[in-house]
Design a protein around this ligand. Sequence first.
Ligand code: SF4
Ligand code: SF4
Length: 182
Amino acid sequence: MGEKKKKIVKTIKVDVDKCNGCRACEVICSAFHATPKYSSNNPARSRIRVIHDPLKDVYVPVYAGEYTAAECTGRDKYTIDGKEYDECAFCRASCPSRDLFKEPDSDLPLKCDMCEDDPPQKEPLCVQWCITDALTYEEREEEVEEEVEREEMEIGLESLAKKHGMQKIMDTFARMSMSKKG
Ligand code: SF4
Ligand code: SF4
């Protein structure tokens, strides 16, 4: 058993009914993560994407989650209010079966980092820019096992390195840390 330590759990709540599809969240997320910061915006680089289907009158903000080296063998179909949605429509994974949540140039996976910044942002930027309050932010404290966390990080790194090669991963980390300083 590893040692217990306190961890801040950050949650963004999504109220789909309030989202009007303005995509301000995509714009600010991609600008915040541009190198240098705010130098450009391109929703394809955003770590939140608004899945929209105007015919079904639906706008669903989806956050970029974990990278996965292989697509899953099972699929889900959702029916909401009598309307059926595509398989994988609301999935958060950066996955080989689709282009979502990948850097357009490098193909490296994108993942929401809750706008980690130094000094910290008062709230994630997509939440600050969402004027309809479809996105709201909450923090709470939880106790977690330190060991488990480290193990999960190692498994994630190993599968990334297998797919992209270690050098590319190192270059990306170097670029990310430069953009944090900049
Ligand atoms: S900023 Fe808010 S209302 Fe606009 S698309 Fe994003 S979640 Fe929806
Ligand atoms: S919390 Fe930050 S990194 Fe995550 S989607 Fe929102 S703006 Fe992007």
